[in-house]
Design a protein around this ligand. Sequence first.
Ligand code: EPZ
Length: 430
Amino acid sequence: MDRIRLIGGNELRGEIPISGAKNAALPLMIASLLTAEPLVLTNVPRLADVKQLERILENHGVDIAVHGRRRGEAEGVGQRMTFTAGEIVDTTAPYELVSKMRASFWVIGPLLARCHEARVSLPGGCAIGTRPVDLFLHGLKALGAEIDIDDGYVVARAPKGGLVGATVRFPKVSVGATHTILMAATLARGTTIIENAAQEPEISNVAECLVAMGARISGIGTQTLTIEGVEKLHGATVEVIPDRIETGTFAMAAAMTGGDVLLRGARPEHLQAALDVLEKAGVELTTEAHGLRVRRNGNGIQPVDVDTDPFPGFPTDLQAQFMALMTMSTGTSRIRETIFENRYMHVAELARFGADIAVDGQVATVRGKPQLKGAQVMATDLRASVSLVIAGLAAKGETVVNRIYHLDRGFERLEEKLSRCGAEIERVAG
Ligand code: EPZ
């Protein structure tokens, strides 16, 4: 199994291009199920999760083409891919495929809307929390679907003539349930209103894509989405937004090591809450024409308290990286994880670097130390893994991060991007 070996202590200096957002690319790919015409996506990141979803879509009959680099296009630019779901050949998403990635459950929305039936394996538990699907089922039922759970599968059937528009009020904000009901509603008869919808930039990217495909949606970017169903959607070309979590991760890496990094293509408005926290911690941030510049020169990191929250709050997907940063602050900070109940697996691993962190329920208390020491650590989930890389970059001596397949699910060319900015980091095979 591959590992990452790094020697900490170098400041990061240079430019890091930000890739397309994994969490936008995945639902955009799923949206291709809604039409028989080609959906062209640009700036798709090269990630294991994208590959996995390709397998799932192909199983439903989607034809997928990856296009070469266009003349004049920079090296490392995201992929241009075409997804054509001319005919849906199978409305079942089997356990073997769905169990590997929770987002694949979201195919239930488009399949049900277009084919009036879907049989999708329950995604099952996940390392970061129980992650149930009750909100999805609540929304689909409101649109008239009949739902049974059979042998670990959600079996959903639309009424005769297809799904019917309705008001869906989510008791809790869910990114996945919002994506799913939004997609399902585009082809429903009549008007759907989604209340307490997730407002993440990835939701807006998908909603704009659906509009480009002929859907009628208003309220994009707000808590209330109104969708007037149409009979058919058509093809479109849509760009995947830059990854705000990758942006925040590299911003925290630069904050931790010191130095001066331009995050090329970053959209600061997509992670304002995290940037506000970094500024409070003493990091200098400047929005430039081509992205976001992050600097920390010499001065210490101030402790800041943070609660994770749905967008526009501080993202749970940056909690582990922020905790790594706080392990070297000049005081004590408190971090409260409010989205997932078990997203502190990195705590035990950060302790191997000498970090002082105590967890009590949802709250982690981090007492900063002037210096971490390199260690052998184990990656547990995607964002936890990268927090260990960040800690290693700032720690004294050698760090080896084991089980890095998690990183490949969500970070494109991580070692290359960091080493180009002066980090001593390499992938060790086997
Ligand atoms: C999305 O997951 C992201 N995944 C996650 O990123 C991210 O952490 C999460 O949103 C929160 O921002 C993708 O976009 C592919 P939720 P999702 O439904 O949609 C509860 C990463 O590292 N809930 O918004 O699965 C749930 O248990 C990943 O890239 C229910 O109770 O998250 C959680 O506590 C990890 N019932 C909360 O809602 C439901 O039916 C928010 O989850 C659905 C969710």
